[in-house]
Design a protein around this ligand. Structure first.
Ligand code: AMP
Ligand code: MG
Length: 278
């Protein structure tokens, strides 16, 4: 049973139809127990992905401020070997980035074969914040839905497994989290007046998200809507979806590993034979 909502390609998303507090009938204690096993399995699957070297994995995280993008990365991928996992954050573009097409900075950091890259924000900002604040004209951002689909198609055809998560929080939950940042010393560094300003554009963002999710959910790169008001459910749901997506590859990765191992052993045996003294 899936725990995130998979956006059917071609369907029209209305975010109001999704409850950010949804937990799919699972209790917190059970979710946390299962999560621990899933996080371990993600570590194992990443090792196989790396060793087999035939696929890339791209995880894209999007969501309103405080929706939990950082926390998801820390928790869901917390057991993965740091050597096998790279996180990329997309901030306000630099002058050099702005002088290029919007995918230039993104394509440079997509995962190579065997790699796992996690995007904390992504090229979707170019149809989200850019649209909400009219940073380019509509005729420019409107074309980007198709351009994004084409781009992701190129990645998918080069053996990239693409997982896109929209962390869905409620406006009330965001307020609580923003207020909490003011109370907690460890979170104060995340405080930004900008977040309160962006909050005023909540409805515009929701509309922009709805269109991005509707236009850019494809077979090759589907969007998953994650009920994210409850952090424990968010972590569990994302981890579950990652594992469900990767498990079907496991057998072929193991087969590839066995083949590579046999070849290495054969080479070694040949070397030993040829270096035997007469
Ligand atoms: P944070 O994720 O809190 O570090 O903030 C990064 C900021 O960069 C957010 O406010 C994003 O909206 C902004 N940002 C990311 N990508 C773009 C983009 N392509 N154009 C404009 N702003 C962006
Ligand atoms: Mg922020």
């Amino acid at each position: 049973m899936p725990h995130t909502f998979n956006v059917e390609p071609g369907s029209k998303v209305k975010l109001a139809d999704y409850d950010p507090r949804h937990t799919n009938g699972i209790e917190r204690a059970q979710a946390e127990t299962e999560f621990a096993a899933l996080a371990q399995e993600i570590d194992d699957l990443q090792e196989l992905l790396y060793a087999a070297g035939s696929h890339s994995l791209l995880v894209i995280l999007q969501g309103m401020d405080t929706s939990g993008k950082d926390g998801t990365i820390r928790n869901v991928f917390g057991l993965v070997d740091p050597l096998g996992c790279r996180t990329e954050s997309f901030k306000v573009p630099t002058a050099e980035e702005l002088a290029h097409d919007f995918l230039w900075r993104v394509h440079k950091v997509t995962p190579g074969r065997g790699e796992l890259a996690i995007f904390n924000r992504s090229h979707y900002e170019d149809v989200l914040v850019v649209r909400v604040h009219n940073l380019v004209s509509e005729s420019v951002w409107r074309k980007r839905y198709r351009q994004i689909n084409d781009f992701e198609h190129v990645l998918a055809e080069a053996n990239t497994i693409i997982l896109k998560f929209y962390l869905h929080i409620s406006k009330e939950e965001q307020e609580e989290r923003l207020l909490a940042r003011e109370q907690e010393v460890e979170k104060a560094w995340k405080l930004s007046a900008g977040d309160w300003k962006e909050r005023q554009f909540w409805d515009d963002y929701q509309r922009a998200y709805e269109e991005a999710l509707s236009q850019c959910s494809t077979e090759a790169a589907p969007w998953h809507i994650v009920p994210a008001d409850r952090k424990w459910y968010r972590n569990f749901a994302v981890a579950h979806t990652v594992v469900q997506t990767l498990r079907p590859y496991k057998e072929q990765w193991l087969a590839k590993l066995a083949k590579v191992g046999d070849e290495a052993k054969a080479e070694l045996a040949a070397m030993r034979t040829s270096s035997q003294p007469e």
